[in-house]
Design a protein around this ligand. Structure first.
Ligand SMILES: Nc1ncnc2c1ncn2[C@@H]1O[C@H](COP(=O)(O)OP(=O)(O)OP(=O)(O)O)[C@@H](O)[C@H]1O
Ligand SMILES: O=C(O)[C@@H](O)C(=O)CO
Length: 420
């Protein structure tokens, strides 16, 4: 079927978040890991391509996203969505702005919007400032993120150094005036040469207004929640073939593994809560990994009863993360941990684990790539923005859930395992 919307996500948890929220409306969603190496044949109404480019060098991120755009255009898509984190995770150079600008150029469009709001998960934008719960972004735990510490809450100020063309704001008062008013405001900004418009949203109703006003823009950018109203709008337009055939849940053995490489405040709470249940747990320390490699963790794993869903985690508080980064360098510390958790995922699968829980976007990218997964079917939602997915890995059908660092309740790991 012809693809209605092509979506590009800058990390893997973000991709499952987006696909899960789209799937809530019963629309056909296909989630691919990386740009497929073959031209599109059987495609869904909504195609999501998961990339691992959030912290990649700008030129690499732009090249991968343009290749994804090209594939999605071949699939027939004429509208596109650039999905990044609801906490606007980026480095001073990018990659949110440079990718958006490159996609705009390829699509020959002179304006797009930026709306990472995700009210269900406490992300709201007011007067261009992003809030996480009741805290401004830069005062939230995101200020200590291991790879993308967010030290400013103002989205215009964050975006300006990342792009070459003017940045503007459509504020909450405009959004509250409704879709036609927002549409007119965007047209006025376009006439003034404003290419990049941050749009305020504090509640799902605001996102519905924004989606309605902007649904025909060739490129939308934002968090997953902005995409949620789109399937209903496109259905109302009478676009055919939007509905999904139900995906059968596989009957999987109990054996499971939980792998956590996120150091967010919420993941720290989730690791603590899961450990409190008395499950077997092994802490991966980047300094020990740098010296002794991953073998001790693999040896430990080989001794475990996978029916008890053991936990391997590098999750640590900001002071411990800083210490590892000071000694190893930020990127090396991250990569050592990601590679170790990826090796543990493969070992666990080979030992029979068929339900795999992963916490952290970069971590999920490394694990999913190591498992050789190229496509995910969306299953039931565990928490807002975190679905179970089914996929093929190493000749087996497995269940995989990729949890964004900040998402889920403190009981997320046991919630996930109870859900299927
Ligand atoms: N103890 C540690 N010391 C240093 N770096 C660590 C440690 N534990 C994990 N890391 C690294 O921190 C990074 C965490 O990023 P990741 O994207 O996996 O989680 P997250 O940002 O919380 O999740 P999301 O992107 O979904 O919000 C990874 O690169 C991981 O390898
Ligand atoms: O938008 C979010 O917060 C998540 O989907 C994400 O991108 C985490 O990496």
């Amino acid at each position: 079927m012809r693809t209605v919307m092509g979506c590009i996500a800058d990390d893997f948890t973000g991709a499952t978040d987006l696909a899960g929220l789209l799937a809530r409306s019963g629309v056909a969603v296909s989630l691919r890991i990386g740009v497929p190496s073959v031209p599109p044949s059987q495609t869904a109404a909504f195609e999501v391509i998961a990339l691992k480019v959030r912290t990649a060098p700008v030129a690499q991120a732009v090249a991968e996203c343009r290749a994804a755009l090209d594939w999605l255009r071949q699939a027939g898509a004429q509208r596109f969505f650039w999905k990044y984190c609801s906490t606007f995770d980026s480095t001073p150079e990018g990659n949110i702005g440079p990718v958006a600008e490159a996609l705009m150029k390829d699509l020959d469009t002179d304006q797009t919007i930026y709306c990472p709001a995700f009210p269900e998960n406490g992300r709201a934008i007011f007067m261009g400032n992003l809030f996480v719960g009741r805290q401004p972004l830069a005062e939230s735990p995101m200020k200590d993120h291991p790879l993308t510490p967010m030290r400013d809450s103002n989205l215009m100020r964050l975006l300006e150094p990342q792009v070459t063309r003017p940045v503007g704001l459509a504020d909450r008062l405009t959004v509250a005036a409704g879709a036609p008013a927002l549409h007119d405001a965007l047209a006025r900004l376009r006439a003034e040469g404003v290419a990049h418009v941050v749009v305020d949203a504090v509640a799902d109703d605001d996102l519905a207004v924004i989606a309605e006003a902007c649904r025909d823009m060739p490129l939308l950018t934002g968090g997953s929640a902005l995409a949620m109203p789109l399937p209903a709008l496109y259905r109302a337009e009478g676009l055919p073939g939007l509905d999904a055939a139900p995906v059968a849940a596989p009957d999987l053995p109990r054996a499971a593994i939980v792998l956590s490489g996120s150091c967010s405040a919420m993941t720290n709470a989730q690791v603590a809560a899961y450990r409190d249940l008395g499950v077997p747990a092994f802490r991966l320390n980047p300094l020990a990994l740098a010296e002794g490699g991953v073998q001790p963790a693999l040896d430990w794993l080989a001794q475990q009863d996978l029916d008890r869903a053991p936990l391997l985690y590098a999750t640590a508080e900001p002071a411990a993360v800083r210490e590892a980064q000071d000694r190893l360098g930020r990127d090396r510390a991250g990569q050592i941990v990601e590679q170790a958790l990826a090796a543990c995922a493969v070992a666990a699968r080979d030992a029979g684990a068929r339900r795999i829980v992963v916490a952290g976007g970069e971590t999920s990218g490394a694990v999913t790539q190591a498992l050789g997964v190229d496509r995910l079917d969306i299953g039931p939602e565990i928490a807002p923005g975190v679905p179970w997915t089914w996929c093929d890995s190493g000749g087996h059908r497995i269940a995989l859930t990729l949890k964004s660092g900040n998402f889920g309740a403190p009981t997320f790991f046991s919630d996930a395992l109870d859900r299927i």
